[in-house]
Design a protein around this ligand. Structure first.
Ligand code: HGY
Ligand code: MN
Ligand code: MN
Length: 405
């Protein structure tokens, strides 16, 4: 918990916690985490995408690798547990294994991923994509709000974009992936259970939409002669809400960012850019709602004589967690004396990127009222202890099973 508090003080903003890819605070946090890994007896390094990596090696030649990970970057004005909690709990587990000199039948690598949230370059999983070997070089051209390409930020941190491919773990070398993370939802809190097993992670479709109208004088243009881009965007946003509501709990839809170009109180907005974030555990519903929204947007803009541009930012299919790892995790939950409750994650996680190359499993930890992406995010120490007990049971079971095979 003291490490969580220390990391929470490493922010690029005076007030609150914001730590985005490549910032000074992000670099400082990486070095702190690396030093903690070294003190715990792990071989630790920072790779070319900024992941902090700590390795406990098995004496067995050709041993495969179990990765225990979460992320060290945050959203804007974040809570202090989303990401860092999973890394710090993994550090505790490996610290114990190193301290006890537990002979490992497989390698265990702890990873603090450099960019899960994607707040700076609007594309998530940069760190986990490098580890999975699925990082697309075209991402290096992505620019932040100041027009700085990702490539430049990587170089400015002393890393080489040409070596990113060497930071991947070969597909054949993966044994599995285990992530501990706060639930970021209210189910565990409402059910009064400290931990949950993730059975699937929702798919996502993200888009950036620009509405082009005609800027004008707020005092002189009659209402029926306007091409007001903001009124058009407002109708779009309410359509997003009403269409998603028709699917009840099967989908969530959010317009989280909206920017008015050249905003002024006496100017009719001429250009608007906003984001769309659609999530569903059902890939069919996700596509159906996405297509409906595209058609609806065209109809609204047609009626209002507004041009629009729709750019896909990210699409990830729903991910199902590995059944045998999840069964082991479920046994570990029962062994710790808790009800093994399975949950679908509406939030995305680095496990999504890793699922392409390895079996993944996730353990959720209860958080206060499910609040997250908010400074009020909180986790009780007793729930961290419960989750660590479960995770230790899980690891001991994996070690036992591999020693038997
Ligand atoms: O947006 C998400 O689902 C995660 O917090 N990156
Ligand atoms: Mn997270
Ligand atoms: Mn998050």
């Amino acid at each position: 918990m003291s490490r969580i508090e220390e990391l929470a003080s490493v922010s690029e903003t005076e007030q609150g916690l914001t730590r985005t890819f490549g910032s000074g605070a992000w670099r400082e946090a990486a070095l702190i985490i690396q030093s903690w890994m070294q003190d715990a007896g792990l071989h630790a390094w920072i790779d070319n995408i900024g992941n902090v990596r700590g390795l406990l090696s098995s004496p067995s030649p050709g041993a495969r690798t179990l990765v225990i990970a979460s992320h060290m970057d945050t959203v804007i004005n974040a809570g202090k547990f989303d990401g860092p909690l999973g890394v710090m709990m993994g550090l505790d587990l490996l610290e114990q294994l190193a301290h006890n000199h537990t002979p490992l039948p497989f390698n265990i690598q702890l990873v603090a991923f450099s960019d899960e949230e994607g707040c700076r370059f609007h594309t998530t999983y940069l760190g986990s994509k490098v580890l999975a070997g699925s990082f697309e070089p075209v991402l290096l051209e992505k620019k932040d709000a100041d027009g700085i390409p990702l490539r430049n930020v990587i170089h400015a941190n002393g890393s080489s974009t040409g070596l990113l491919h060497t930071d991947a773990i070969d597909a054949a070398a993966w044994l599995g992936y285990f992530e501990m993370h706060i639930e970021q939802g209210p189910v565990l809190y409402d059910r009064d259970i400290p931990v949950g097993i993730v059975k699937a992670i929702a798919g996502q479709k993200k888009a950036a939409i620009t509405f082009e109208g005609i800027a004008g004088h707020a005092g002189t243009v009659p209402m029926d002669m306007r091409n007001d881009a903001l009124c058009c965007a407002a109708e779009f946003i309410l359509a997003v809400e009403s269409i998603a509501l028709q699917y009840k709990s099967q989908i969530v839809a959010t317009v989280g960012k909206l920017e008015i170009a050249n905003a002024a109180s006496n100017v009719i907005p001429g250009a608007i850019t906003c984001t769309l974030d659609l999530r569903s555990a059902d890939g069919g519903i996700l596509s159906e709602v996405y297509d409906t929204l595209q058609r609806t947007t065209a109809a609204i803009c047609g009626r209002r004589n507004i041009n629009f541009d729709w750019t896909v930012v990210q699409e990830t299919s729903p991910v199902t967690c590995d059944l045998s790892l999840s069964a082991l995790l479920s046994g570990a939950v029962k062994e710790a004396g808790y009800e093994p409750l399975e949950l679908v994650s509406g939030a995305g996680h680095d496990a999504v990127a890793i699922a392409a190359v390895a079996p993944v499993c996730m353990l959720f930890v209860r958080c206060y009222k499910g609040i997250s992406h908010n400074p009020l995010e909180n986790v009780e120490l007793k729930d961290i202890a419960a989750a660590l007990q479960v995770a230790d049971n899980f690891l001991q079971q994996m070690i036992y099973q591999h020693n038997q095979s």
